[in-house]
Write a protein that binds this ligand. Structure first.
Ligand SMILES: NC(=O)c1ccc[n+]([C@@H]2O[C@H](COP(=O)([O-])OP(=O)(O)OC[C@H]3O[C@@H](n4cnc5c(N)ncnc54)[C@H](O)[C@@H]3O)[C@@H](O)[C@H]2O)c1
Length: 357
């Protein structure tokens, strides 16, 4: 039985991490949660029947000695708590984005290696019916020779307003690292993790006074227990971005990511390769002169929008028992992190930025 502790008790801890460990209760036992907001920690512990709660993560780690820790704090604290938990002897599931600089991600994985522990980033949105089907198809047909791709992640009105996603000093960035990172990660994973060469990005803020519902901004409504009041004047991150990523193999990917935009909602990945073109979420595969097929979506055994966390928790327990390899690999996350870093540097400098600068 693996002892689990959760660092921070916000939306994702309540909606995804705690239910994911509970799904596999034969292997995981959640002993404690913590949050700097005592009310959040107490509410979460009571709601899920968890024995202990803390306001100090180091005290919790010291007393509980967990085997597994979920790091669910705002992005800018991922590194500090991940390293704290690894050094305390725990394996770590850290929320996305693992980090926003390559150096930070590298350091986090180096500590995991030194401590002999598993560190996985919760890039949970690879595990959707259409993307799982596409991955199976690509692996089976060996057709990851993509030379062009497009990703669109667009919400109509979906600026997250329950936490601190809109504040750079806590979130490190906006829509691109909140929702764009899931698409980017999925695309890079599907394409066989080609290494990034350069990024050209443009960011903008267009709709900060127009927020939608909790659901339309990505939260499970019943799990936002200690909502921080949203003040648009605090918002200093992008709600829109677009640009182009170039990979070392010559492939190019154009992207468009928006928390709010006056076009239909989208979670689209389009990949064009020499042997096949793949359209998601439609699950269409195009090849040859006139061959078009529709992939059967993979059936997800978990009935929650955060099913990806279940895949990750299931994989982690098997990794810890020596039965599997991590499904989210350091080299994939390092590549994605490099893209994030180049993205923000390019937006700031107003020009294309290469990985080797
Ligand atoms: N994988 C996904 O699909 C997904 C979805 C939503 C959020 N996330 C990620 O999860 C993380 C948290 O998001 P959320 O929606 O739960 O946010 P949230 O605002 O609901 O919760 C954050 C919690 O962290 C606590 N906190 C803040 N600073 C802290 C500190 N220094 N130490 C300890 N606790 C602290 C806050 O009190 C709050 O309870 C973010 O990194 C976000 O990107 C991932």
């Amino acid at each position: 039985m693996f002892k689990v502790c959760i660092i921070s008790c916000g939306m994702i801890a309540n909606s995804a991490h705690i239910p994911a460990y509970r799904q596999f209760s034969e292997d995981y036992y959640i002993t404690a949660v913590c949050d700097i907001n005592e009310q959040a920690a107490k509410k979460t512990a009571e709601k899920h029947g968890i024995k202990s709660y803390y306001t100090d993560a180091s005290e919790m780690l010291e007393k509980e000695k967990p085997d597994v820790v979920s790091v669910c704090v705002p992005n800018c604290f991922h590194k500090q708590y991940t390293i704290m938990a690894l050094r305390a002897g725990a394996n770590v599931l850290c929320e996305k984005p693992l980090a926003v600089t390559y150096a930070d991600a590298e350091e986090m994985y180096a500590v995991a290696r030194e401590e002999g522990k598993v560190l996985m980033a919760c890039q949970s949105m690879r595990f959707t019916p259409d993307r799982l089907a596409a991955k199976e198809y690509i692996d089976e047909h060996g057709c990851d020779d993509f030379y062009y791709g497009e990703l669109s992640r667009v919400r109509r009105r979906g600026i997250p307003f329950w936490g601190t996603f809109h504040m750079k000093k806590l979130s490190c960035g906006g829509a691109f690292i909140d929702i764009g990172v899931h698409m980017l990660d999925a695309l890079v994973w599907l394409a066989g993790n080609p290494k990034v060469k350069s990024v050209m990005a443009v960011t903008a803020q267009n709709h900060k006074y127009e927020i939608g519902s909790l659901l339309s901004s990505g939260a499970l409504t019943g799990n936002v227990d200690t909502q921080r009041p949203f003040d648009p004047e605090e918002m200093d991150v992008e709600d829109f971005s677009c640009g182009m990523i170039t990979f070392e193999n010559g492939a190019r990917v154009s992207f468009k990511v928006a928390w709010a935009a006056n076009i239909p909602e989208a979670s689209d990945i389009r990949l064009i390769g020499k042997r096949a073109g793949i359209y998601l979420p439609e699950g269409k595969v195009y090849s040859g002169m006139d061959t078009e097929e529709t992939l059967e979506p993979v059936e997800i055994p978990y009935k929650t929008v955060f099913a990806g966390h279940m895949y990750i928790a299931d994989n982690l327990r098997r990794v810890l028992k020596g039965e599997a390899q991590p499904i989210i690999k350091p080299e994939e996350i390092l590549n994605v992190t490099r893209i994030i870093e180049l993205f923000y540097r390019s937006a700031e400098l107003g020009r294309e930025v290469s990985a080797d600068e």
